[in-house]
Design a protein around this ligand. Structure first.
Ligand SMILES: [Fe+2]
Length: 201
């Protein structure tokens, strides 16, 4: 059985640090990179453990068992890896209104960009950890979702296009508890070209 491992870059792309112009600092990103690496390390650790886990069904148990612990925490670890990957890939842009095919999808689903933006910001205040913009392959439309945690709540057959981290570690250093100020800054540095690049071709 071959185990595929995930990796995190040693350093973030320079474009990420341009968010300094809206108040999201290098210090925040550098600390945040460490958290992303932590999710990658735990993803790899659990993948290794799963490859040698005891798969005797009589030992698996929904209250506590090795299988439950590995499977539940795997979703949290790998979810954290993916969410942060998309977060760092899609910031450091010029912000403003969406462009390209994503703009068309947003207009189709939300009427216009401002309506989507209001929804996105409100979702950011309503979520505990994440806000996601996902592309639904079944309906061929975009939707925003709350992610209270690394492994909630998007539905199946979506591609993650945009992930706004609203855990306090993403903004406390720069904005203390003023989450709305962080959200306002975040939307001004979305890299819409990078978001478009995630759409299916
Ligand atoms: Fe984070």
């Amino acid at each position: 059985m071959s185990i595929k491992l995930v990796t995190v870059p040693e350093a973030l792309p320079e474009k990420v640090y341009t968010t300094d112009r809206v108040g999201i600092s290098k210090a925040t990103h550098d600390a945040h990179l460490g958290l992303w690496k932590g999710y990658a390390n735990k993803t790899n650790e659990i993948r290794n453990l799963l490859s040698e886990a005891d798969t005797d069904p009589s030992k698996a148990n929904q209250v506590y068992s090795q299988m439950r612990a590995l499977k539940v925490n795997y979703a949290f670890a790998y979810g954290g890896y993916i969410n942060h990957k998309v977060y760092f890939e899609t910031i450091g842009g010029k912000g403003g209104s969406a462009t390209g095919d994503v703009a068309n999808l947003i207009n189709e689903a939300y009427g216009n960009f401002d309506h989507w933006l209001a929804d996105f910001k409100a979702t950011g205040m309503a979520g505990r950890g994440w806000v996601f913009l996902g592309y639904d392959h079944d309906e061929q439309r975009v939707h925003t979702y709350i992610g209270d945690s690394q492994d909630t709540f998007p539905t199946w057959n979506h591609t993650l296009l945009l992930a706004m981290d609203v855990y306090e570690h993403a903004y406390y250093l720069d904005f203390q508890t003023a989450r709305m100020k962080y959200i306002e800054a975040y939307v001004e540095c979305i890299d819409w070209d990078a978001v478009n690049a995630k759409l299916p071709k």
